[in-house]
Write a protein that binds this ligand. Structure first.
Ligand code: FES
Length: 161
């Protein structure tokens, strides 16, 4: 029985092996990681649309049941939270992008008035006192705020939608 190298030629066999390594090895993974870094479906907010101290709402995922969340920009970075109150799991806001108290110091749930720290998502007043908003990992660059590469949108939707 002829060996594979004899049928297609040794040089071609070597080329095939190198192609396999290229597909299965680090360069392919690096390409996947690179594309995920700037995957537009993971963009939560453009940075120039998020003023210091401000909030922006976002949705991740297609269809009727996206993951809903919001970002808040602080002096030391950006936080992202799932838009889901720990009290009764309702969305916190009534109006688009409106998550803060009148003085802009705290996050507020419009349903029953729970108040949360912007820095940690911890509830400091209201029916869910001591519980926290679910936080989401983010990466920030010059283009915007992105869901971190290692966060699985599908798993987050299953958990929070
Ligand atoms: S649902 Fe948010 S305080 Fe009740």
């Amino acid at each position: 029985m002829a060996k594979l190298g004899e049928i297609i030629g040794t040089d071609k066999l070597r080329l095939c092996s190198m192609d396999f390594v290229r597909v299965a090895g680090h360069p392919a993974r690096a390409r996947r990681g690179h594309s995920r870094m700037h995957d537009p479906t993971r963009l939560l907010c453009r940075l120039d649309e998020l003023p210091l101290g401000g909030c922006r709402e976002f949705r991740l995922g297609e269809g009727d049941w996206p993951l809903r969340g919001f970002v808040v920009r602080l002096s030391d970075g950006v936080r992202a939270y799932v838009n889901r109150c720990p009290h009764l799991h309702y969305p916190l806001n009534y109006l688009p992008d409106e998550f803060l108290t009148y003085d802009r110091l705290l996050i507020q749930c419009t349903m029953h008035g729970a108040l949360f720290e912007k820095e940690s998502g911890l509830c400091v007043y209201g029916p869910c006192l001591g519980r926290s908003l679910p936080s989401l990992p983010v990466r920030v660059d010059a283009d915007g705020v992105w869901l971190a590469e290692d966060a699985d949108v599908g798993a987050l939707r299953l958990r929070y939608v």
